[in-house]
Design a protein around this ligand. Structure first.
Ligand SMILES: *Cc1c(COP(=O)(O)O)cnc(C)c1O
Length: 373
């Protein structure tokens, strides 16, 4: 299986690919790359991929069922998803030309690297963070400069990052906000400082915006080098559909449109996205419930003496415990609960990430964890 989930480990590089008689080797940058690993164990309680715990609201499902037989399956999709684009532009107070849809946020991240990365270009990464950034930097032969976040709080090292940007050789920087997997956010004025320090394209990855409710959108008019990434995968219960979007200046959008695959956002995704987005209000109570559950789960985890948990503004919590790898294994084997194991990832020793699920799932996870640690 090669689906993508939101792993945030540093990509591990294996030893060189063996050469096969009769087959020419691929590009050097691809030979030693390990694919963004996503095969996850199946468990009764899946709290590992930051997916929504519920399916689409009934009203959305009803509308989709009713429209299914008239759907224009035989026609090519609109390459720019103009109807959905208009809905998103309007909701964000932007022109249509400031929105670009993609096959999941992941595709748009690749587009950023195709347009702003490449040979002799430089990407500034702020680990530990979403691992896909570094993988795409590697595949596009973009040099990665890494400025680690604070070891205790996972805050962006703003002074060091601004200083590094001011050197002038950085082409692209991505700041996950909230950060995955740590859940913390950078303040608006800190991000502004980064945006003002250089003309590098700075993408603020707001994949969890619906949970944090904080956005850099108000600054789009001021900073031509700001791009905002969002997704339907998390708050909109549509990880399986593959739909994400970027908000930016018309110039950034037009540049990304040059490198993107024209038909990457299929007609079905465009339609489902439209129906879901038009009913965004129906997702509000669910989002509120997840935020409440997250804060409750935080206090519960915080009360376990052997657990250190970080505050989060997303739909997951990062925590540290001794023998974390063993803990994750036991959760899976003895309790049929799958969470994300970062215990061996760089900067994340003994860290695990749990997605906020339904109250019953969260309760089951806590009880299991308490009896293990
Ligand atoms: C989930 C996620 C995305 C986008 O995911 P898609 O499913 O490809 O839309 C982007 N960035 C971060 C940090 C994420 O966690």
């Amino acid at each position: 299986m090669t689906t993508t989930t939101n792993m945030s480990t540093t990509p591990s590089m294996s030893t060189n690919m063996p050469s096969i008689p009769g087959l020419r080797l691929p590009r050097p940058s691809v030979r030693d790359l390990v694919p963004y690993e996503a095969t996850e164990p199946t468990a009764a309680i899946m709290l590992s991929a930051n997916e929504a715990p519920e399916t689409l609201p009934d009203e959305v499902l009803r509308e989709l069922k009713a429209g299914l037989s008239d759907f224009a399956w035989r026609k090519y999709p609109d390459p720019l998803a103009r109807q959905l684009r208009a809905l998103i532009a309007e909701a964000n107070g932007l022109e249509d030309e400031q929105v670009l849809l993609g096959n999941g946020g992941d595709e748009l991240i690749l587009d950023l690297f195709l347009a702003w990365g490449g040979k002799d270009r430089c990407f500034l990464n702020l680990p530990p963070t979403f691992s896909l950034y570094e993988i795409y930097a590697h595949t596009t032969e973009t040099r990665t400069v890494a400025l680690p976040r604070d070891r205790e709080t996972f805050a962006v090292a703003v002074d060091a990052t601004a200083a590094r940007l001011s050197a002038g050789d950085i082409d692209l920087c991505i700041v996950a906000n909230p950060n995955n997997p740590s859940g913390n956010m950078s303040a608006e004025d800190e991000l502004q400082r980064l945006l003002e320090t250089s003309n590098a394209l700075i993408c603020v990855d707001e994949a969890y915006f619906e949970f944090s409710r904080r956005t850099m959108r108000p600054w789009l008019d001021r900073y031509p080098n700001l791009a905002i990434l969002r997704t339907f995968s998390k708050a909109f219960s549509l990880a399986g559909l593959r739909l994400g979007y970027i908000l930016a200046s018309p110039e950034v959008i037009a540049t990304l449109a040059k490198v993107r695959m024209p038909y990457s956002v299929n007609a079905f995704s465009q339609w489902v996205g439209r129906v879901a987005y038009a009913h965004a209000n129906l997702f509000e109570p669910r989002i509120r419930a997840i935020v409440e559950q997250r804060d409750w789960l935080y206090t519960q985890l915080d009360a376990i003496p052997t657990v250190e948990v970080w505050p989060s503004e997303a739909n997951y919590l990062l925590f540290r415990t001794t023998n974390a790898h063993r803990v994750a294994q036991r959760l899976l084997q003895d309790y049929d609960i799958c969470i994300r194991d970062f215990s061996r990832a760089a900067y994340l020793t003994d860290c695990l990430r749990v997605t906020v699920g339904t109250p019953a799932q969260n309760e089951a996870f806590l009880q299991a964890l308490r009896s293990i640690v």
